[in-house]
Design a protein around this ligand. Structure first.
Ligand SMILES: Nc1nc2c(c(=O)[nH]1)N(C=O)[C@@H](CNc1ccc(C(=O)N[C@@H](CCC(=O)O)C(=O)O)cc1)CN2
Ligand SMILES: Nc1ncnc2c1ncn2[C@@H]1O[C@H](COP(=O)(O)OP(=O)(O)OP(=O)(O)O)[C@@H](O)[C@H]1O
Length: 188
């Protein structure tokens, strides 16, 4: 299957799975991912999160605990649809961004996260990832990994983990994947 076919397939699986859960099942699943992330002791400095859309695993309920543990939180930020993805500190109200996803206000400080929690459509045990197909995280990781160490952790429902996905030369691997059921250190 091509990446596009896989994207369609895994998007549907994720949607169907999340629609089958009730509110408390979703809450417990997110708490499990949070515990796995904290127990792994990999979170450091500023944590790059994301404002979940559709049936993505939502990291927002974890932000309070991360802050209690001394971390700052940043979110992806875009000036427009053709701009590179950057991060700004999460502080105060969010605005609607160019992709319809909430983002910090333009006045907020830029951020350079040390740990990035990455949304995904599908991922495998080798750290390959399929996302929205615009390469935002691939380009961001390629550029920032040249300047500083970054721990990239994909957040996923278990049904998003594939045996093996195709990888393109520009794909930037995840270092770890956290699901409600397990914490995966990728095989490099
Ligand atoms: N929650 C979240 N935030 C994220 C991403 C993501 O995958 N999820 N991104 C990952 O790179 C970046 C934004 N990139 C995006 C690129 C394309 C589309 C997009 O094509 N959206 C469709 C609707 C998709 C849907 O409903 O499933 C659209 O606008 O028509 C969205 C985000 C940064 N922030
Ligand atoms: N470092 C890079 N420099 C230039 N273009 C890039 C780079 N990384 C990715 N791209 C481009 O971005 C697109 C990424 O497509 P791909 O299907 O791999 O995205 P994805 O990983 O699913 O998406 P995303 O990271 O937005 O969630 C490709 O068209 C590719 O050419």
């Amino acid at each position: 299957m091509t990446k596009n076919e896989l994207r369609t397939c895994f998007n549907k699986a994720r949607q169907d799975f999340v629609l089958s859960l009730n509110f408390s099942q979703i809450t417990v699943a997110i708490q499990n991912v949070q515990s796995r992330l904290v127990d792994a002791r990999l979170l450091s400095g500023t944590i790059g999160g994301y404002a979940a859309m559709t049936s993505e695993l939502d990291p927002a309920p974890m932000f309070g605990i991360f802050r209690d543990n001394g971390h700052s939180i940043a979110l992806p930020w875009f000036t427009d649809r053709s701009a590179d993805m950057t991060f700004k500190m999460l502080d105060g109200p969010l605005e609607r961004g160019p992709f319809g996803i909430s983002q910090p206000s333009p006045e907020n400080d830029m951020a350079e996260p040390d740990t990035i929690l990455i949304p995904l459509v599908a991922a495998d045990g080798y750290g390959n990832r399929i996302g929205q197909g615009q390469g935002h995280f691939d380009r961001y990781l390629a550029k920032s990994r040249k300047k500083r160490p970054i721990v990239a952790i994909g957040l996923a429902w278990e049904c998003q983990i594939a045996d093996q996905l195709p990888a393109d030369p520009w794909d930037q691997p995840l270092d770890f994947i956290a699901t409600p059921d397990r914490f995966i250190k990728v095989t490099s």
